[in-house]
Design a protein around this ligand. Structure first.
Ligand code: COA
Length: 330
């Protein structure tokens, strides 16, 4: 099969200490554990202290991935950070992670694809490795979602969590099975269903009026996003199977963006996959956007649910609108 021969040689995960349960949120918002669990599958999530930033979370995940991979910081030549909550507009999170981890020989940049960030990042990393312009890529997904979520909006506050994941990826050696067998990245530009009105070049200054409108927070039309997600999710799985010429039975594990249990269940049902071959951890982390698939991948690898040679299908979608998949032979 064609496709860049790449191997993930180490992964890492980091979440902040503060665990927030549904009951904790029900004390400050008009919501309940029952509503959150039945509508989303989420039981708890982690919140970083205000002002932490995504880069320190990503750097810690990166440190753990380097240790797991037994790769020295100076051997990383590209750091990619998938994030929609960068510490600053400039410099990039990638630059801050480069500094914190002393990646002396690395270039790098942030990749803004919201919840599709980890999947788009994997596909991007593979291109640099295939072209030979990077030998070791550190892919990081890092989010402090609490910095952009309205604490008073029950529709979004209960869904998102903070956290980070990282992976060291390099070209596979001759005796290694690792390969990106199929990938897809798509956009359908939309700044109505899921967006943050202020803080960018359209509305750069956050003044009293924009704070009053709460324009510095995520605006989401939940029902429309739900419909978009279910359709795209199913299509992505079918597409990847067709593109790689494999059947659903060949896939060891599907690692979906941890968006909403009901969305995942309906998409998986559509392609005839059983839920025991889907990695779910949304109950423990909520939706961590660009970090979500990376956190799930780390847990799959760390727990031995995937082994070398297994086919692993990562699928994600989110703001943009964006959606994508990466089918890896692990
Ligand atoms: C957000 C989501 C869970 C809401 O579930 P839903 O079944 O669509 O619910 P609705 O938005 O239709 O709202 C139904 C009611 O629940 C209320 N509600 C919303 N959030 C609530 C909460 N946390 N607790 C209690 N009630 C809530 C709404 O206000 C509404 O009340 P109303 O009927 O009195 O107006 C669901 O739409 C969803 O998961 N969408 C996808 C969002 C997503 O994943 N975004 C990230 C994409 S990467």
């Amino acid at each position: 099969m064609s496709g860049p021969r790449i191997s993930v040689v180490g992964t890492g995960l980091y979440v902040p200490d503060r665990l927030v349960t549904n009951e904790d949120l029900a004390k400050v918002l008009d919501t309940s554990d029952e509503w959150i669990r039945t509508r989303t599958g989420i039981k708890q999530r982690y919140f970083a202290e205000p002002g932490t930033g995504a880069a320190p979370l990503g750097a810690e995940a990166g440190r753990r991935a380097l240790a797991a991979a037994k790769v020295a910081p100076e051997d990383i030549d590209l750091v990619l950070c998938a994030t929609m909550t960068p510490d600053y507009i400039i410099p990039s999170c990638a630059a801050l992670i480069q500094r914190d981890l002393k990646l002396e020989n690395a270039g790098g940049f942030d990749l803004m694809a919201a919840c599709s960030g980890w999947v788009f990042g994997t596909v991007t990393a593979a291109q640099f490795l295939a072209a030979g312009t990077a030998r070791h890529v550190l892919l990081v997904g890092a989010e402090q979602m609490t910095s952009v979520i309205d604490p008073e909006d029950r529709g979004t506050r209960v869904i998102f969590g903070d956290g980070a994941a990282a992976a060291v990826i390099r070209a596979s050696r001759d005796d290694e099975p690792g390969q990106l067998l199929h990938s897809k990245m798509r956009l359908a530009g939309n700044d109505e269903l899921l967006y943050i009105p202020a803080g960018g070049s359209r509305q750069p200054s956050i003044d009293a009026a924009s704070i009053e409108r709460r324009d510095h927070y995520v605006k989401m039309k939940g029902r429309e996003i739900f419909r978009f997600a279910v359709t795209r999710f199913g299509e992505l799985i079918e597409d990847a199977l067709q593109g790689a010429g494999v059947t659903v039975d060949d896939i060891k594990l599907v690692i979906p963006h941890q968006v909403n249990l009901r969305i995942i269940e309906s998409a998986v049902d559509r392609v005839g996959l059983s839920m025991d071959r889907v990695l779910l951890n949304i109950d423990r982390y909520g939706n961590t956007s660009g970090a979500s698939v990376g956190i799930a991948l780390h847990e799959a690898a760390d727990s031995g649910r995937i082994e070398r040679g297994d086919l692993v299908l990562m699928v994600a979608f989110g703001a943009g609108l964006s959606w994508g998949s990466a089918l890896l032979r692990w």
